[in-house]
Design a protein around this ligand. Structure first.
Ligand code: NAD
Length: 488
């Protein structure tokens, strides 16, 4: 696939073949210049059903391979990601708008996710014990069958790799539903999986929107669904999938708080906070959204403004995903201004020469935000940070705790004792100490708390092994005596 501006038509991928069967169509837009780069099919229940039938047919042979045989394919696939790094990076850049460096980091993370998946035969040993004389109990992890994964727009390459390698290596077959805004990277994944030797039907793609998601939640032959996206949709998917008796983990939105204490290192803190709020144009579920500044932190704020001024739309800052997203973000900034907050750096109205139709918002720093303002409570999902001033650490932690979300929280300080208070008391699943984007690296698992995640398991790491498998418990008698001290 060429990564020139115009891309081939997006197609569904079913049983190892790309196909498009007269579904209605939607444009795929390059957010950097507003140009239409492809079109995608808006699929229906029937298309999901075709993919499920293919995945069902592929399941017996795929799940019948040994673990070690399945991982061989993923060793090859991980290397293909590396060999094709530049092309995959440019594809992410084209459909999502991120900078080259941000896009490359995403593909590198996908490689790390595959490295975890291929390590699974080394970390999963089934359990066996002689529980009575001559009687043995064993527990084995078995795949679930056909599973599905639904992805958001903000990581076209990485988020599909949160679920796909682990679920497949564990013996499941899969239906992937990419975001309709960024469907290109996943098509290329399918080609590389095939090149690596993945049998047809093990990995399938159905493109589209709400109808496809609802069909996945309803289809009786899909056993488990992982979802990543906004909290509003995560709730709908979790409710609908579990109502239909499926396993579900649904990751939602975020409003991440960074607590900055007066003893924090000025340069490091300013640079980390600014990188966290503006990286990927603020469109990361781990991005800093609220900075709670405790006591005297003015020098840190001044340095943040200096640092943020070096982030230039179209140079080292990509666009946001759509015209609607740009408008929504700018409306939040205007609402804060109207409510009395002070805009220290204003990213509204950003225009990039030669890309006037791109969806750019510059880095924005809003000070003197109060807890009742929409910029303090709602997910903005743009390069914007709201600063709330707190008297002391207790008040700062209370502000963090009052959020409905709970993906990430961080503290910036040189005091271990104060950092420990935040580690213990923050209501979030992933905590950073002097780190603005505290994404756990493999093998540590990824997942938030509160309305940032519904379901028990995390989506990656060891926790995902539980999610994508079920335990088979077998009790075996090897003792020829009629009676043993076994309890039945
Ligand atoms: P989204 O919820 O709009 O879309 C996610 C998926 O749901 C897409 O595949 C989309 O087609 C589908 N969808 C959209 N509306 C639907 C509906 N009404 N019914 C059924 N399906 C529907 O999310 P997005 O805008 O693509 O992604 C951004 C959001 O994802 C942000 O809120 C961000 O915080 C969140 N996110 C969270 C994590 C996390 O780990 N918690 C990671 C990445 C993104």
């Amino acid at each position: 696939m060429e990564t020139t501006a115009k891309q081939p038509q997006v197609k569904n991928y079913i049983n190892g073949k790309f196909e498009r069967n007269g579904q209605s169509s939607m444009d795929v837009i390059n957010p950097a210049d507003g140009e239409v780069i492809s079109t995608l099919p808006m699929s229906s229940y029937n298309d999901v059903d075709l993919a499920v039938q293919a995945a069902k047919a592929a399941y017996p042979a795929w799940s019948g391979l040994t673990f070690k045989e399945r991982v061989q394919i993923f060793f090859r696939y991980r290397n293909l990601l590396e060999v094709n790094m530049d092309e995959l990076t440019k594809l992410v850049q084209l459909e999502n708008g991120k900078t080259y460096g941000e896009s490359k980091a995403e593909v590198e993370k996908s490689m790390e996710l595959c490295e975890f998946a291929v390590s699974m035969p080394q970390i999963i040993q089934n359990e066996v014990q002689e529980v009575s004389k001559g009687v043995e109990c064993r527990i084995e992890r078995k795949p679930l069958g056909v599973v599905a994964s639904i992805a958001p727009f903000n990581f076209p390459n990485m988020v599909p790799h949160w679920s796909m390698p682990n679920a497949l290596v564990l013996g499941n077959t899969m239906i992937m539903k990419p975001s309709e805004l960024v469907p290109l990277s996943v098509m290329r994944m399918a080609e590389l999986l095939k090149e690596a030797g993945l049998p047809d039907g093990v990995f399938n793609i159905v493109n589209g929107g709400k109808d496809v998601v609802e069909a996945i939640c309803d289809h009786p032959d899909i056993k488990a669904v992982s979802f990543v996206g906004s909290t509003k949709v995560a709730k709908l998917v979790y409710q609908r999938a579990t109502y239909n008796l499926k396993r579900c983990v649904a990751l939602g939105g975020a409003k991440n708080h960074l607590i900055v204490l007066p003893d924090a290192n000025v340069e490091m803190t300013a640079s980390n906070v600014v990188a966290s709020m503006s990286g990927c144009a603020g469109q990361r579920c781990m991005a800093a959204s609220v900075m709670v500044g405790v006591d005297k932190i003015q020098t840190i704020i001044d340095q943040m403004v200096v640092d943020a001024k070096t982030i230039i739309p179209g140079v080292n800052l990509g666009p946001v995903i759509s015209k609607e997203a740009k408008e929504r973000i700018e409306n939040y900034i205007s609402a804060a201004e109207k409510a009395g907050a002070k805009i220290l750096l204003d990213g509204r109205g950003a225009v990039v020469a030669g890309k006037e139709d791109g969806f750019y918002v510059g880095p924005t720093i809003i000070d003197y935000v109060t807890t009742d303002m929409s910029v303090a409570t709602e997910e903005i999902f743009g390069p914007v940070i709201s600063i709330i001033r707190a008297k002391n650490l207790d008040e700062a932690i209370e502000i963090e705790n009052s959020s409905n979300y709970g993906n990430a929280a961080a503290v910036f300080t040189q005091s271990g004792a104060l950092a420990k208070q935040v580690i213990d008391r923050a209501s979030a699943g992933m905590i950073g100490v002097n780190i603005g984007v505290p994404v756990p690296r493999e093998p540590f698992s990824f997942g938030g708390w509160n309305e940032s995640k519904f379901g028990v398991a995390d989506i990656t790491g060891r926790s995902s092994i539980e999610f994508w498998t079920q335990n088979k418990k077998t009790t075996i008698k090897w003792n020829a005596e009629a009676k043993t001290n076994w309890m039945s």
